[in-house]
Design a protein around this ligand. Structure first.
Ligand SMILES: Nc1nc2c(ncn2[C@@H]2O[C@H](COP(=O)(O)OP(=O)(O)O)[C@@H](O)[C@H]2O)c(=O)[nH]1
Ligand SMILES: [Mg+2]
Length: 384
């Protein structure tokens, strides 16, 4: 027995040397692109010890199966499949966390990023004093290929906005193609926002010190298989990332959104109340309908915006709605109870505003909203 234990802690013979470079490649419905991409990586990175981690958000086209099929014969390939999650940034973060290599690269699966740049990126990090090397579309020699004027215009506006939150001078902070020393990632990982599409921007805005950065030009290629996941929501997520980096230390952006939607709910409530009264409903009926409509619209708006990354669908949507009704009803009781408590002045809490109806009422609204937010974030949107 003793002998077995002693033997088991002896170092095991190492068959192959560990990789020095991990490529993290987020995928969402990219089945067609996996094999061609791996062929290209194999050629481009000949002579380097590399591995690739595909982080897949449960693609419906069978991408994870294609990756695992290849991984059964090629130990350099791994699949990290996430269920019930969405988000490019968090996919990249989790892929990087799953790697131990000293150098980590991030690139898209759709062959738009030029793999021929990878050896130069790696050599730059190994032999020159840089922490991050970025594949740039906006330095001399780089380009965005066949983009139309609108997309090019939006991208250039977003690039200018991004520079506001970056600590480093950079021509293409929105690039999704870069490589870094693992320490740089580890130093910022706990401060990353994880919001949205732009993980490089997130790292650049979150690093405790200014990373030494070099940009290498490349031509952004046109997608051949599959389609872009860039939709109008991406602009929204980008705004969330900017907001989080600019004011997120004051108020969590998610709560701010939840509160803003709550405020909109009050407006909805009043409009419906007015319409119902105009249609000669009794006050109680009108108020009940107004409250239900406002709660329902708040639920759907929060599901659409506040919880975009964990949106409920199908049967879970219905269950979520019911739980939201219950939580908000309790929130309403808490709201009225707390407001009455403060108004009565029977306590030292907020005794300064006792007897002032509108201030006591705001205190109630704040307590009710915090309750609704805290509890629904656990039971409505995180319940799995
Ligand atoms: N895991 C994961 N990957 C994603 C998600 N959205 C996009 N991707 C992948 O991220 C890469 C870039 O997305 P793409 O749609 O090509 O963006 P575009 O190049 O800006 O049009 C591709 O490899 C996508 O498959 C997501 O929510 N989760
Ligand atoms: Mg693409």
């Amino acid at each position: 027995m003793m002998e077995a234990t002693a033997r088991s802690i002896e170092p095991r013979p190492v068959a192959a040397k560990a990789p020095e470079l991990t490529l993290v490649i987020p995928t969402l419905n990219e089945r067609e692109n996996i094999a061609p991409l791996l062929e290209r990586l194999d050629l481009a990175l000949a002579g380097t010890r590399w591995e690739v981690i595909f982080v897949d958000d449960d693609s419906k086209d069978g991408t994870p199966d294609v990756v695992r099929e290849i991984a059964r014969t090629d130990p350099r390939v791994r699949c990290l499949q996430r269920i019930g999650r969405r988000g490019l940034s968090t996919a990249c973060i989790e892929g990087m966390l799953a790697s131990a290599a000293p150098y980590v690269g991030v690139m898209d699966a759709d062959l738009q990023h030029d793999e021929a740049l990878l050896p130069r990126m790696l050599a730059t990090l190994k032999h020159e004093p840089y922490d991050i090397v970025v594949g740039s579309r906006y330095t001399a020699g780089g380009g965005v290929g066949e983009w139309d004027a609108t997309r090019a215009g939006i991208s250039s506006l977003a690039t200018r906005l991004s520079r506001m939150i970056c600590k480093t001078e950079i021509a293409d902070p929105m690039s999704g193609f870069f490589m870094l020393r693992r320490e740089v990632f580890e130093n910022s990982v706990r401060d990353l926002s994880g919001q949205g599409f732009k993980i490089l921007l997130d790292i650049l805005a979150s690093s405790p010190d200014t990373p030494r950065l070099k940009e290498l030009p490349f031509q952004f290629r046109t997608r051949r298989y599959g389609e872009s996941k860039l939709d109008t929501m991406v602009a929204w997520e980008f705004g969330m990332l900017l907001a989080d980096k600019l004011v997120g230390h004051l108020v969590p952006v998610r709560f701010a959104l939840f509160a803003a939607i709550g405020a909109l709910g009050v407006v909805v409530d009043l409009i419906v109340l007015w319409a119902a009264l105009a249609a000669h409903s009794g006050f109680i009926t009108a108020q009940t309908v107004a409250t239900l409509v406002a709660m329902t619209s708040n639920f759907f708006l929060n599901n659409l915006f506040t919880y975009r990354d964990q949106r409920l669908k199908g049967a879970r949507l219905l269950r979520g709605l019911v739980s939201f009704y219950v939580i908000c009803s309790v929130g309403a009781v808490a709201n009225v109870g707390f407001a009455a408590f403060v108004y009565s002045g029977e306590t030292h809490i907020l005794s300064g505003i006792a007897g002032i109806p509108w201030l006591a009422s705001i205190a109630g609204v704040v307590v009710g909203s915090v309750w609704n937010y805290a509890v629904s974030s656990v039971f409505t949107w995180k319940a799995r």
